[in-house]
Design a protein around this ligand. Structure first.
Ligand code: HMG
Ligand code: MG
Length: 306
């Protein structure tokens, strides 16, 4: 089996991980988390989102986070953007505080699109069109996350044809990369491969990433199934933080620690220092008053304590 020799991980913990937290997490803690992730060698970090603070209060400090992070050269900083208002807010800051990449987010299922961003799939594409164009004019990289590519909390199973349709529309408006998301973590490897294959109809493997929530414990298997199709980029979340406020019961993304351990064990390079990453996971988990949701973190910390 030909696996990629190097894989890129994007830590989405500061955004996907924290957006669902009920207790307000101070901006300084988010900034410290981002600093620790970049020191651990993460090549890209999803730092925040410019969404409505009424919908997701936890991300209301987006501008402050983008202002206060001490950027490490070579690291890409991303922000989730739902509409022109979000892009304008992100670009209102001085250039040095802009995200390097924006992530628009659509859904393969209609019901989730309505619940998450309050519009239909077709309307979302029309909202994204000027956002993508303006972001690219400003020299920003544009990624899109496609939610519910295998299952939807409201509609159940999602057919690959719907993923193909969404990928086609995103390609048509100028999106450069897409994340195939299993929002509620119900996917199993062959279903995930079907969603990826539907996406491969419009984007090359190098422009596709996996974004797997680990609700049913399938995310590592789904990551391996993606590697088998040549996908070499994944969104992961330190300490397995997270969930989407509009996907009740869904747990966090697969823990970055667990994916790094698997990849390194397979001889695949990530550039990430697992020990520093584990410490970053402990830092944020302590700030939230809980244990890291990563088996690898737990195993290695038990070993350290011996
Ligand atoms: P809407 O209510 O339809 O928007 O929300 P609107 O344009 O009618 O505006 C209503 C109000 O929101 C106005 O304020 C606007 O100013 C304000 P008011 O006049 O009532 O005071 N507003 C904004 N404020 C700040 N920033 C903005 C913005 N836009 C409007 N950008 C909207 C539409 C998209 C804004 C809303 O539905 C929203 O913010 N949704 C965000 C939902 C979200 O963040 N979900 C979690 C992230 S997605 C995710 O986790 C999935 C992912 O991880 C992949 C996966 O796992 O599937 C990416
Ligand atoms: Mg997500």
């Amino acid at each position: 089996m030909n696996f990629p020799t190097r894989v890129k991980l994007v830590d989405v913990g500061p955004r996907d991980g924290l957006q669902n937290e009920k207790q307000p997490v101070p901006a300084a803690v988010k900034v410290e988390l981002i600093g620790r992730l970049q020191q651990a060698g993460l090549p890209e970090i999803e730092a925040t989102s410019f969404v409505s603070p009424k919908w997701v209060p936890q991300m209301a400090d987006n501008a402050q986070v983008m202002r206060d992070i001490q950027r490490k050269p070579g690291v890409r900083y991303a922000a989730l953007i739902p509409n022109m208002q979000g892009l304008q807010a992100a670009l209102a800051a001085p250039r040095a505080q802009w995200p390097d990449e924006i992530v628009v987010f659509g859904s393969a299922s209609e019901a989730f699109s309505q619940k998450n961003i309050n519009c239909s799939i077709a309307e979302s594409i029309e909202r994204f069109r000027p956002v993508v164009a303006a972001a690219r004019e400003h020299g920003l990289h544009v990624r899109a996350a496609m939610s519910c590519t295998v299952g939807c909390p409201y509609e159940g199973e999602v057919a690959p044809e719907r993923v193909e349709r969404l990928a086609r529309m995103l390609k048509e408006i100028g999106v450069q990369e897409v994340a195939v998301a299993d929002t509620i973590g119900v996917g199993t490897p062959l279903k995930v491969q079907r969603a990826l294959q539907a996406t491969l109809a419009h984007f090359p493997a190098q422009a596709i990433s996996g974004h797997f929530h680990d609700t049913y414990g399938q995310a590592l298997a789904n990551t391996l199934a993606s590697l088998q199709l040549g996908v070499a980029q994944f969104d992961t979340s330190v300490a397995g933080l997270g969930g989407c406020p509009y996907a009740k019961g869904a747990t966090g993304n697969v823990a970055t620690e667990d994916v790094v351990y698997m990849l390194h064990g397979m001889g695949i390079a990530t550039g990430i220092d697992l020990d520093k990453l584990i410490d970053a996971g402990v830092f944020i988990s302590q700030a939230l008053g809980r244990e890291p949701q990563s088996r690898v973190s737990k195993a290695i910390r038990n070993k350290r304590a011996q």
